[in-house]
Design a protein around this ligand. Structure first.
Ligand code: HEM
Length: 287
């Protein structure tokens, strides 16, 4: 790709592509016609409920795109030491999760289990497992599981993008780097294993985080940032809880189209956290 094409592709990715010469209108600015043509049913004849299923997933993916855009900016600002503005964008991310993503999954409960069965078999083997943007959000937040990469083995461009996200620092890394710059004795990253060194590194972090959580006014910018990270973590966990409940209501304990055992697998993910030390500090603090 030439540099010019590269820049155009980047602009497109961020949604700032240049318009042609025609007069601007609501419909052409928002590409409404193009949007309306992006729902392609797999059922034949199209099942009445399949557009609902497609549109709800597409809207999730659009919000995921914006969330990644905001997280990238927050990380850039954190690297510059601009904590206030980074916190502002993280507040936006947490609000999108809380007000939209956690709640909208329940719209699917207006689809009868028998209606979902009317087109479910056509979706095999596509699955939420393969939502690369959801995985990128997990990685960017700090929840890096290399095993996830297997789901993208047949999609080279996606795999490369995921690898980039896996290799680059996460919000968790940026947060602890910031603490180090402010004089706190914490590890920026911790190799997660069963070793004593790993346990000690987490204990040391909690010890240092206590200073912030026991005197929030003294460290208010760090406290506020930490709480927006917790907001994001909490709302990802809440999304998982709402999603698995809706899944149970619609398909019970049937296996997933991605090959997992379904509800049993999804329940096992409910304990995942990006910032375990920020959760643990609450147990440790004292007056
Ligand atoms: C009828 C509605 C839905 C059903 C029955 C359903 C079912 C499932 C099942 C069974 C899994 C486990 C993986 C597998 O074996 O396929 C899964 C994972 C997942 N689904 Fe859904 N889902 C539904 C709607 C949605 C929606 C609207 C989203 C929005 C993005 C979504 C996103 C995901 C994600 C990201 C995962 C991976 C979770 C993880 O591994 O931690 N699902 N889903």
């Amino acid at each position: 790709m030439s540099t010019e094409e590269d820049t155009n592709a980047q602009k497109h990715h961020l949604g700032i592509a240049k318009y042609g010469e025609g007069a601007l209108s609501y419909n052409n600015y928002l590409k409404v016609e193009e949007l309306k043509n992006l729902q392609v049913c797999m059922s034949e004849p199209p099942h009445h409920d399949e557009p609902l299923f497609i549109i709800i997933h597409q809207t999730y993916e659009l919000w995921f795109k914006l969330i990644l855009h905001e997280i990238d900016e927050a990380m850039r600002l954190l690297n510059e030491g601009n904590v206030v503005r980074a916190t502002w964008f993280m507040r936006r991310v947490a609000t999108i999760f809380k007000q939209v993503l956690v709640n909208q999954i329940h719209i699917l409960e207006t689809m009868m289990p028998v209606d979902f069965l009317g087109f479910r078999s056509k979706l095999n083997p596509a699955s939420g497992f393969q939502s690369s943007q959801f995985r990128e959000i997990e990685f960017a937040a700090g929840m890096k599981e290399p095993r996830i990469m297997q789901f993208f083995a047949n999609e080279p461009a996606t795999l490369a993008q995921m690898q980039k996200r896996l290799d680059q620092p996460s919000l968790s890394d940026a947060f602890y780097e910031l603490l180090i710059a402010r004089g706190f004795a914490v590890a920026a990253t911790i190799a997660e294993d069963e070793s004593e060194a790993c346990v000690e590194a987490h204990e040391q972090r909690v010890k240092e985080l206590r200073k912030i959580y026991e005197q929030p006014e003294k460290y208010y910018d760090l406290y506020e940032l930490a709480e927006t990270l917790i907001d994001l973590d909490e709302n990802i966990a809440l999304w998982r809880t709402h999603h698995v409940t809706v899944v149970e209501r619609i398909i019970g304990f049937k296996k997933g189209t991605g090959g997992s055992e379904g509800v049993g697998y999804l329940r096992s993910t409910l304990v995942k956290r990006s910032y375990p030390d920020l959760w643990n500090v609450r147990t440790a603090i004292e007056l």
